[in-house]
Ligand binder design. Sequence first.
Ligand code: NDP
Length: 330
Amino acid sequence: SHQIQLLRRPSGLPAPDDFTLQAVALPEPQVGEVLVANQWLSVDPYMRGRMSEAKSYVPPFALNAPLEGGAIGTVLASRHPGFKVGDRVSSMLGWRDSFVAKGEQLTRLPATDLPPQLFLGALGMPGMTAWAGLHQVAKLQAGETLLVSAASGAVGTMAVQLAKRVGAKVIGSTGSADKVAYLKTLGADAVINYRETPDLDAELARLAPEGIQVYFENVGGAMLEAALNHMALHGRIVLCGLIEQYNSNGEASGPRNLAQVIRKRILIQGLLVSDHWQHYGAFLAEAIPAFEAGALQSEETVSQGLASMPQAFIGLFQGRNTGKMLVKLD
Ligand code: NDP
């Protein structure tokens, strides 16, 4: 069995040699344990936070130990009554090709013919994040204008589509012409390519002349600053992610215009998807049939093989993915 370990804590953008691929011998499963071969590994921006020493809502990754993350695999051997050979399971035991764990660390995938890797993306934690942010936190209403940053990513593509289902006007922001075109196929009313837009303020003024009621924030920095200038009175901001600063070594990046929050009585609320798992069943009850009917769509960027995981992870911060970033194992 092989696993990826963190060799040292990255400074700034992680580098491939911050990681190492280790061969390990797996023990025989004991009573209550299951042997699983992973097929799909999730690649997520939040993992960057756990690579730093700083305390957060999840403890830092240990050095010289396997990294963790979402994964989907197949049971190869089971000494747990709840699992049998061939079961498809999800776990947090990613960054490795196989493992032995207690059955309690595994979740069986819901019964559906949809591709299993959807449960790492649109039907998994990122999709749930979009749903919770829009419905539980922002309570987005028909006719409202929503701005979504990192709109072409795993969370963003679901936020765009779920908002269109509510009947909102959706403006996305993303980093390439191809991604702009893709977001339009998902129903976005307008899309900003922030890399090619020298004056974000003027562009938001043009696209949202009546103001933005809800901003689903994944990025921070200049985008948040520009959005604050164009929020509507009593607008709501779901602070979901600030990826623009995940690789900064502590230097702050704004916004410098927080006075807008006072002037417009903006409500900013942080979102942590783990607070909302009691609604995961309600989310799936809407989203699984919608995918089966083709009313929701998902895109993925797949790299092949465990050894490609560090590069796939680094790629998140370079905008290499459209939709969910995944690693596929043989
Ligand atoms: P994505 O699939 O959106 O991948 C990250 C994307 O962010 C990239 O593709 C890139 O797209 C964009 N990006 C990267 N660096 C920058 C930058 N410096 N400036 C602007 N855009 C950048 O990842 P996820 O969907 O998994 O996550 C999206 C956000 O949601 C992240 O901030 C993440 O931390 C957050 N999150 C929060 C959760 C919570 O519970 N609070 C749960 C899950 C995710 P582009 O081409 O547009 O630049």
